[in-house]
Each structure stands twice: as C-alpha cells, then as structure tokens.
Design a protein around this ligand. Structure first.
Ligand code: KG4
Ligand code: ZN
Length: 347
C-alpha cells in the first residue's frame, strides 16, 4: 500500500512515498529566497510552494516507481505553520484525494517530527529501537516541546517554550553575529572549534520542577554582550565578518552550550520524574552536533536508549508526514475531505 506524504508548512516543499511502511522516496525542495530577507517571508513561501508542489510530488512518485493511480492514501500537514503555505499542501492533497477517490489524512507537523524516529528505509536502515513509553524533545524553528509518548499516537505534552523556540534563538543569534539565515547550522559548524566557556550566558530553567523552556534571556544576553563591545549593527553578510574568527567561534560555542545545557537538563528531569528508559529528539535543532553528543552522553550515563533521526529527517520533510499518515491509517484514522489548514494547530 502506497502512502503519499506532503509537507508545505514553512519553507520546504516536500513529498514522500511510503510503501507498506518502508520509505521509497523523500524529495525536499528548500526555498533559498528567504536568505535575502534574513527570515521567512510568508507570502514568498506560499508562492514558491505553488510553483513547486506539482514537480516535487511528480518526482517523489517517479523515484518510488509508481504513478498517481497507485497511491492508496494521501497524508498532508494540516498545521501548525504558515497559513498560506499550509493551504497549498492541503488543497493540493484534497484535490488529489477527491480525484483519485482515496482517503486523506491530516497530519500534525509536530506529531510527525516525533515519528520521524520511526522512518524505515529499504536498505536495512531500520530505526534505532525505541520502546513505549518514551520522552521526545521536539526542537525546531517554531517550537520547543517535551512530550511523553505513552503508546503509538497517544502522547502528553509536558512543557513548551514560553518565548523563543530553540531554533528561533539560534537563528536570531546567528543574525546578530552576521551569519545569515538560518543561523543554526552555521553556529553548529563554527562552535566546533570554539571555547564553550568563553562567555557564561544565563541558563533559564524557569521553574526547577517544571518542563517549560525559555530562550529569550540567552539571546538578549548575547545582544548586550555584543552591544557593549560595539560589535553589533554590522551587515548580515557572512563574507564580511566584523567579529574576528576566534571570538566568533568562542561565542558560537558558548551560546550553543547554554541552549544545550537547558535542553539536556529538562530531559534528565523528565527521565527521573517519569522513570522512562527510552528517549528521543526530533526537529531541525536535533541536527545539532552538540545536542546529539550531549543526549548520547546523558543516555549512556543513565542507562537509557536514545533515538535520533537521520539528518535528512531532522529538518522539515515529507517522509515523517507519510510515516505518521501510514501509522494513522493502520489505526483506522483518516480525515474527511473537509480537512482544513490550521496555523495554530496544537500538538
Ligand atoms: O524542523 P525545522 O526544519 O522547521 C520547523 O519546523 O521550524 O527546523 C528549522 C530550525 C531552524 O531554526 C534552524 O536554524 C535549526 O532548525 N537548525 C539547527 C541546525 N540545523 C537546523 N540548529 C542548530 N544546529 C543545527 N545543526
Ligand atoms: Zn518542523
């Protein structure tokens, strides 16, 4: 049975095919136009999705070696995300489902990030075993959430960010440092040679016994640190850095460490509170090398099993949408043709 997954919630147009639970294709077209603006411009994102959706879907089908007539169901991100961007994917999926007379499955983008840990590849790329219940930290550009997954498709939200998402903090700090957009991957790369103890940025744990996060304080500390040394206000051009390379690497490493300290601390707190043996991370920031390393350390020190998605499935992709669509269909869940996009759809 072939499930087509479609993702268009932000700035990636993506389509994927899962056949009988195994991933057959995953095409991702990233929109680079936003780099000129230092952030995602919603209207440009919608227009790019409109142009790309048909070729991206056609390519996903071609790579999987199937035609439209072979699709048994279509899964699509219905939220959360940019409303115009979501509408492109949802309306395309509805038209396809109606035309082919097949079920449509609306998928929550955040829930799909969790199940990116279960994507199975054809060449033996079986996901690390992850048992239920498990804790999943979803860290992306728009969200930071800690979730307790009791059983397939049954989860409990433990905490969220009260201000910036972790990825948003990476991107805003990247902008301050003149590293372009998105800053996360660049900070990760530069931090590799930096001293994480160079600046001791504040760690906000909010309530010591709770699972909410806050990252705006770390970001503001960086702003003040740069402003006090007259290192702010330069061009957002990575080819013309005003901060000398050693200091830049040290600042990246210090900032990254403060964010990762908070994320790992909250995960450990939840492990102790709920007594789980399995943990996972997901979302764009789960591609971060320091977060991956520290989560592996935490797992080893506490006898836990850790699952981290392959890099391709950390940032936005349709493979995770098809994966959750497949799991929902197996549980007899699908949506009606009235499915609508919801910008603020909750987890
Ligand atoms: O999950 P995602 O692709 O989109 C959303 O659903 O938001 O996440 C994008 C976020 C961006 O903020 C980007 O800077 C961040 O993930 N990101 C990283 C890394 N790769 C992507 N942050 C830190 N280190 C990375 N290696
Ligand atoms: Zn995402």
């Amino acid at each position: 049975m072939n499930i087509l997954g479609i993702e268009s919630s932000c700035d990636e147009t993506s389509a994927a095919v899962i056949a009988d639970g195994v991933l057959r294709s995953n095409i991702i077209s990233s929109q680079f136009i936003h780099r000129y603006y230092g952030g995602i411009v919603p209207e440009l994102a919608s227009r790019a999705h409109q142009k790309l959706i048909v070729p991206v879907v056609d390519q996903a089908l071609a790579v999987a070696g199937i035609s439209r007539a072979d699709i048994a169901a279509v899964a699509v991100t219905s939220g959360p995300g940019l409303i115009g961007a979501l509408l492109v994917g949802v309306n395309f999926a509805k038209a396809l489902a109606y035309g082919l007379n097949i079920p449509i499955i609306g998928v929550n983008h955040l829930e799909a990030h969790i199940y990116s840990n279960f994507i199975r590849e054809p060449d033996g790329g079986v996901p690390q075993s992850l048992g239920y219940p498990f804790l999943c930290l979803i860290v992306s550009g728009g969200h930071t959430q800690l979730v307790l997954v009791h059983e397939p498709l049954n989860h409990e939200l433990l905490g969220s960010t009260v201000d910036d998402a972790a990825g948003e903090a990476f991107d805003k700090v990247g902008k301050m440092l003149g590293l372009g957009f998105p800053g996360g991957p660049v900070i990760d790369r530069l931090a590799a040679t930096g001293d994480p103890e160079y600046v001791k940025f504040p760690r906000s744990f909010l309530d010591d016994s709770g699972f909410d996060f806050s990252f705006s304080g770390i970001k503001t500390s960086m702003l003040y640190w740069l402003r006090d040394r007259k290192l702010l206000g330069h061009s957002n051009d990575i080819t013309k850095p005003v901060i000398e390379p050693k200091m830049l690497a040290d600042l990246c490493a210090s900032f990254q460490k403060s964010v990762v300290d908070v994320l790992t601390n909250k995960m450990l707190l939840a492990v102790k509170r709920f007594g789980v043996r399995d943990i996972a991370i997901a979302g764009g920031v789960s591609a971060n090398s320091e977060l991956r390393r520290r989560m592996a350390e935490l797992a080893a020190a506490n006898g836990l099993r850790l699952s981290i998605p392959k890099f391709d499935y950390c940032t936005d992709n349709a493979a995770m949408i098809a994966q959750l669509g497949w799991m929902k269909l197996e549980h007899g869940i699908h949506s009606s043709i009235e499915l609508d996009a919801e910008a603020s759809l909750a987890l």
